[in-house]
Design a protein around this ligand. Structure first.
Ligand code: AMP
Ligand code: MG
Length: 396
């Protein structure tokens, strides 16, 4: 059953400029579709140009991700001062996960009430008597993040409802967001990369994506690097179907207007290609297999290991040429771990499929059924070479 956010009075317009007061949202699907057609027709941005034509939902998505990004940054700061870090109890990481989902869900429900939500976390346990402590901490963190944005603090019930708005299955029809409030928990805990990942699904297709990467350097990853440093204020990648992908500072005043168009890095010789993968402690990393693929393609650069969907942003920006991910056969991928990244890469000119070359289908509920793995490349040609290599290496 899907909980609903109860109607509330207006958000304060002074703190979050695009939040409207008391006015009913104009962000209906019908209106957005017609506005989008007009915008697509007049937009042909080139690399290096800023893009100012994304549909209205993307502005709201970017602002919601910024709010969650600030919240996460505060928590990471506390973690660096040595607070408790496990994800299994009411540690700061767990609190941040729930709170980030609540903040994004609440902000988006306010602005785009007809757009549903599929999100990773649910508030089931927090609603029990045993969850009282966690519930209070999450609510306090949400209200801290929304202070200056809402007129009065949200109640615990409103915060729980905002989280549970994401407990839906998604599917092939209608419009809904797909959210991973903190992707790459290990990176978050260990002060490395993590991402706030928000995708927009419309009629069975991922059409929009925002990746907030609070620790992502603005400089490209240099060739030969095997990992990347953390940097402030981080980056925000935004993509919308037919409009391209942009990157801006995560704390940009107007990320969609300030964002600069990015494209993937072309390589004519696959031996020159570079690739990214998860860290070694990730269940989805098969470094033995990726290293065989790399050797078979004659690649000489070492892999760059990065946590989270920040890898998709780096691929879109042209930092490296491939993202390789081969989880064990028993592992089921979830839609929120890839939806935003997929559109960010595709709109930058890249290709993403599963390990047998099938397009990723995000319209079958909360799981993403794939064969062999997920591969993303900077060009179709490199994708073809990689596919041949996967077949060859698997046959040996
Ligand atoms: P990555 O940072 O590339 O390792 O990918 C992060 C995502 O992969 C997480 O959000 C999880 O959904 C999934 N994942 C990675 N490692 C594990 C693990 N040990 N157990 C369960 N899921 C994992
Ligand atoms: Mg995740």
């Amino acid at each position: 059953m899907r909980a609903r956010i109860s109607p509330r009075p207006a958000l304060r317009a002074d703190s979050l400029s695009s939040y409207r007061s008391n006015a009913p949202s104009r962000c209906t699907v019908e209106r957005v579709v017609s506005v989008r057609r007009r915008r697509r027709a007049k937009m042909t941005p080139r690399a290096g140009q800023t893009v100012d034509g994304y549909p209205e939902e993307m502005t709201h998505a970017a602002r919601a991700v910024q709010l969650a990004g600030s919240l996460c940054r505060k928590v990471q700061f506390a973690l660096q001062r040595g607070e408790q870090v496990s994800k299994s109890d009411d540690s700061p990481v767990t609190v941040a996960d729930f709170a980030a989902q609540a903040v994004i869900s609440y902000a988006l429900a306010r602005e785009c009430p007809s757009v549903g939500l599929v999100a990773e976390e649910d508030a089931g346990e927090m609603r029990t008597a045993d969850g009282a402590g966690l519930r209070a901490r999450v609510t306090a963190m949400v209200n801290d993040a929304l202070s200056g944005v809402v007129d009065s603090p949200l109640t615990e019930e409103e915060v729980m409802d905002a989280i549970d708005r994401g407990a839906t299955v998604g599917g092939k029809t209608g419009s809904f967001w797909i959210l991973d409030p903190i992707d790459g928990t290990k990176g978050f805990i260990n002060g490395r990369q993590y991402a706030i990942a928000l995708a927009l699904m419309e009629e069975g297709e991922v059409t929009g994506g925002v990746l907030g990467c609070p620790n992502m350097p603005s400089d490209k990853i240099p060739r030969g690097a095997t990992e990347i440093p953390t940097a402030s204020p981080g980056c925000m990648f935004v993509a919308y179907k037919g409009c391209g992908t942009t990157v801006s500072a995560l704390d940009a005043e107007e990320p969609l207007k300030e964002g600069v168009k990015i494209t993937t890095a072309k390589v004519t010789d696959s031996r020159e290609a570079t690739y990214m993968e998860s860290w070694g402690d990730s269940i989805v990393a098969d470094h033995g297999f990726t290293s065989s693929l790399s050797a078979n393609m004659g690649m000489t650069s070492p892999p760059v290991r990065i946590d989270s969907m920040a890898k998709y942003g780096a691929l879109a920006r042209g930092d490296t040429n491939m993202y390789l991910r081969f989880p064990p056969a028993t592992y089921r991928e979830k839609v929120w771990d890839h939806a935003a990244g997929a559109i960010v890469v595709q709109e930058a000119g890249g290709v993403i499929t599963d390990g047998v070359g099938k397009p990723l289908n995000f319209s079958n509920g909360r799981f993403l059924d794939i064969e062999i793995g997920i591969i993303a490349t900077s060009t179709p040609e490199l994708h073809a070479t990689l596919m041949e290599t996967i077949s060859k290496v698997r046959a040996t």
